[in-house]
Ligand binder design. Structure first.
Ligand SMILES: [Zn+2]
Length: 464
């Protein structure tokens, strides 16, 4: 496969002229560069001990979005930003948390033990059963009105099936499996106000059989199930540039502070938050010509909800000012990264293409503690996604492949490697400062940037 080198891309005019030595200077040898005095202003101040302590505080309890644990973490992060003198804002947003309750199903007096759909509406209904097959749109008979729909699983989604019978006036859903012996399946959407339960294929076929002999009445009872509205938060800290040197550009440094349910999330992603806070500390009083925005997102683990909310809240004008988004997610795991160089650090972009962030990150890798150019790859699955969708150069910094403790209660502080924290923070810090420092009046005019490096695409699945 053809691999574009950086110099070939530059010759072809394919990349921004960031990090490019001026034409008069000799081309620096790729992949062997020393930290500049500018880099040292940042990287000499970065303390992995500080980051480690932040992780210790945040991972003292799980921080699942919408829980007290998240709120404790959010308060801590906010207080840290404020102590550093940042203009800090909590941005709340709500989301629907699915709850699966309990239920029962009685058919002609016989009791079945159904599986309640996740998010099923809680209600008790008694009505005759109507078999509606796969419940595809346009194929649900009118006679299901006021009745319980018996539906076969398959071909279209659970939610679509429920909606199709709801639209025809059904009052309950019994779905039977299309194979195997399990009844554990099913998911309803918020607003689908109809109780829905799952049964096995054999049970379903038995009901189909019974219906041939005449009406079959059933009672579905679902309790404690549905959707609960919860509130999560983004924490946003801003540092305005020097008034006389304002390029009107914004650089964002992000991580997510929420964890999975029951997981302390030391690496995922207290590690990224610790690097965000440490870079905020290091850059707090540093003159820049670029606005720095440090953000920790909530509800990443629920589907990038916080970052999508944030991106959606930006005015078009504000979004246009953002020139780069650096996302750090899982940057401290001792056991991640396999045998890959730089502890397995890689920069993932959504489209698998290089961009400004990866150009800066790879070059910074060669000048900082990692002492290695960092490869790039293709992956979503973190908060760089909504920024990419806004057309903003964005990348995820992560160690890949992931550690085996990913999303488990064992994602704990003792498995954090300070070296890895240090390297990731240095690379992102040096990259950000490359844009933000005042002697580079705007990106396209950088004159004293270090030379470019060759860096490669690495087709490295993160696993898990
Ligand atoms: Zn995660």
């Amino acid at each position: 496969m053809y691999k574009k080198t950086m110099s070939a891309m530059l010759a072809a005019g394919l990349v921004l002229s960031v990090g490019v030595a001026s034409a008069q200077e000799p081309v620096q040898k790729p992949n062997a560069q020393a930290a500049s005095a500018f880099d040292n202003k940042i990287i000499k101040k970065i303390s992995s001990d500080n980051m480690y302590n932040t992780i210790a505080k945040l991972s003292a309890q799980p921080r699942e979005a919408g829980t007290e644990g998240e709120w404790i973490g959010v308060q801590y992060i906010k207080s840290q930003f404020e102590q550093l003198g940042y203009e800090t804002e909590l941005q709340p947003f709500t989301f629907n948390e699915v709850v699966r309750g309990t239920g029962s199903l009685t058919v002609n007096g016989a009791t079945l033990d159904p599986y309640v759909f996740s998010g099923s509406y809680s209600a008790e209904v008694t009505a005759d059963i109507v078999h509606v097959g796969l419940a595809k749109s346009g194929e649900v008979p009118d006679e299901v009105r006021g009745k319980i729909a018996l539906i076969e699983r398959g071909e279209i989604t659970f939610v679509e099936k429920i909606q199709n019978v709801l639209d025809k006036g059904a009052v309950g859903v019994i779905m039977y499996n299309n194979s195997g012996t399990s009844n554990r399946f099913g998911q309803a959407n918020a607003g689908q106000n109809i109780p829905a339960v799952a049964i096995t294929r054999d049970q379903g076929l038995e009901l189909v059989n019974q219906l041939k002999g005449g009406p079959v009445e059933a009672t579905i009872k679902v309790e404690g199930s549905g959707f609960v509205e919860k509130t999560s938060y983004n924490v946003i800290a801003k540092m305005k540039p020097h008034k006389n040197k304002d390029t009107n550009q914004v650089v964002m440094i992000g991580a997510h502070h929420d964890s999975v349910a029951g997981g302390p999330g030391a690496n995922d992603d207290a590690s990224g938050v610790s690097a965000v806070l440490e870079l905020a500390r290091v850059m707090a009083n540093m003159p820049t010509d670029t606005e720095l925005r440090f953000v920790t997102f909530g509800a990443e683990e629920k589907g990038l909800l916080g970052s999508y909310h944030y991106a959606g809240s930006l005015s078009e004008e504000d979004a246009d000012r953002i020139v780069a988004h650096f996302q750090m997610d899982m940057v401290g795991a001792r056991d991640a990264g396999g045998d890959h160089p730089a502890g397995g650090l890689i920069m993932y972009t959504i489209d698998g293409k290089k961009n400004l962030v990866t150009d800066l990150g790879s070059a910074a890798g060669a000048r900082t503690a990692a002492d290695t150019v960092i490869p790039y790859g293709q992956l979503g699955r973190s908060d760089h996604q909504p920024f990419h969708e806004l057309g903003i150069p964005a990348a995820l910094f992560i160690h890949s492949p992931l550690e085996s403790t990913y999303h488990t209660p064992d994602d704990t502080l003792d498995k954090i490697d300070k070296n890895k924290l240090q390297e990731a923070a240095e690379i992102v810090g040096a990259s950000v400062y490359q844009i933000a420092r005042p002697d580079t009046p705007a990106l396209e005019h950088a004159r004293v940037a270090p030379g470019p490096v060759d860096y490669d695409f690495n087709d490295r699945p993160p696993g898990a």
